[in-house]
Design a protein. Structure first.
Length: 407
């Protein structure tokens, strides 16, 4: 392994703790906010808006965050994002001791969106800038894996701590984790700036999609996020209930948590392997093709199975496929986009992923309740097949295009 590859791995491992701990902070709120909201009499619509608030604002801010990362550097904005999340967790704690729980929770979630965008886009851009093309996939895989594991770990951590010590201590521990991550990022993460100039207009930022390769990358990313982060995460509990799956007497909620944990762990492991494969393959896009080729049968199994074993098999296949798709797409951004504009490109990638994550529950949940999981999941399988076709086009474009960027 070259010294450059070693250095890229070191940078990635210095970024990963911040991204992981930020995910923990985001995951902590999920087992707490709905319960607290119901106890104080918040309307279900308001609770749903609170939980979705971070993604809504992140969709809006993603492109601009990427542009400013190009100008100011990922390290600075990654650190700022972590400090913001630490402060927000303290405000959550304060909200428990006031009569304005609903408004404060909503404001916190809305502000959490751009703060998390600073962390996610900053971390991914730093990973792309950490080393040459031969180590770009591995570095991106480390950061993506930390991101994938952070939120489910936070859900488990938040549920356990809230059950043992109460909601307030869980929020304060989340604040402490984010503060430690911010200090570690400030001390350990190198300042890898792109040197670009931020754009102030959406059209200027999104004009990068005129490059067919980048357009296909973000569309495939959209489909994969809509399938997993959107539809599957929000509807699996309804499928488990409607098909009467049981596991050792656990409740439906517990079963849903356990099975989703299997999916997310499988995805995080696949991310690490896919990053290394993407560095060794002749074309990175072929790894994304392989991932989609695993996700599609996984979704078919989920659509048709009536057994718990089939459910677990389908979730593992989808998880492995999801993890295999995302990293080569991120690494390709580093190949196709020059160093000065990678933050903006990652911002657009994150934008389309978040739109998929938002549309999944907004559309998928009522469709599953109205028509059942089989029809809904079969429809999403069709969307994944379209994504596979786009990925095959991307393979051809990658082979016929210019050499990969070495910077």
């Amino acid at each position: 392994m070259s010294q450059q590859s070693v250095n890229a791995r070191r940078v990635a491992y210095s970024i990963a703790p911040g991204v992981f701990l930020a995910g923990i902070g985001g995951g902590i709120v999920f087992p707490i906010l709905p319960i607290v909201g119901l106890k104080v009499g918040l309307a279900p619509v308001l609770i749903g808006l609170i939980l979705a608030g971070n993604r809504i604002t992140r969709v809006i801010f993603n492109p601009w965050v990427g542009a400013f990362i190009d100008r100011l550097g990922g390290k600075r904005l990654l650190t700022v994002g972590l400090l913001c999340e630490a402060l927000i967790m303290v405000v959550y704690w304060l909200a428990l001791h006031t009569g304005w729980i609903g408004p404060l929770f909503l404001v916190c979630r809305l502000v959490w969106g751009p703060a998390s965008a600073l962390i996610l886009i900053g971390g991914q851009t730093l990973a792309l800038n950490a080393g040459p093309t031969g180590s770009r996939g591995a570095a991106a895989g480390v950061v993506r894996s930390a991101q994938s594991l952070g939120t489910p770990a936070g859900m488990v951590f938040g549920g356990i701590v809230a059950g043992w010590l109460g909601n307030g201590p869980a929020f304060l521990m989340g604040a402490g984790a984010a503060l430690v991550a911010a200090l570690a990022a400030f001390r350990l993460v190198p300042d890898l700036r792109g040197g670009g100039r931020p754009s102030a207009r959406w059209l200027d930022i999104l004009s990068s999609l005129r490059d067919r390769r980048l357009l296909i990358i973000v569309l495939v990313n959209f489909v994969s996020f809509a399938a997993v982060q959107g539809l599957l995460l929000s509807t699996l509990i309804y499928v488990i209930r409607s098909r009467h799956f049981q596991l050792a007497g656990y409740s439906i909620e517990t079963m849903s948590g356990i099975t989703l944990a299997l999916l997310l762990v499988a995805s995080a492991i696949a991310v690490l392997l896919a990053g290394r494969q993407a560095d060794r393959a002749r074309t990175r896009a072929i790894i994304a093709v392989q991932g989609l080729s695993v996700m599609i049968p996984g979704y078919l199994v989920l659509a048709t199975t009536q057994s718990l074993g089939g459910l677990i098999l389908g979730l593992v296949l989808v998880g492995v496929g999801m993890g295999t798709v995302n990293v080569p797409l991120l690494a390709l951004i580093g190949d196709f986009v020059d160093r000065q504009h990678r933050g903006s490109a990652v911002g657009v990638l994150q934008l389309f992923g978040d739109v998929g994550g938002v549309l999944g529950p907004l559309i998928g949940t009522p469709v599953v309740l109205a028509f059942g999981g089989q029809l809904t999941y079969l429809t999403m399988t069709g969307a994944l097949i379209i994504g596979l076709g786009l990925a095959l086009i991307l393979v051809r474009l990658e082979r016929s295009g210019p050499n990969r960027s070495r910077a």
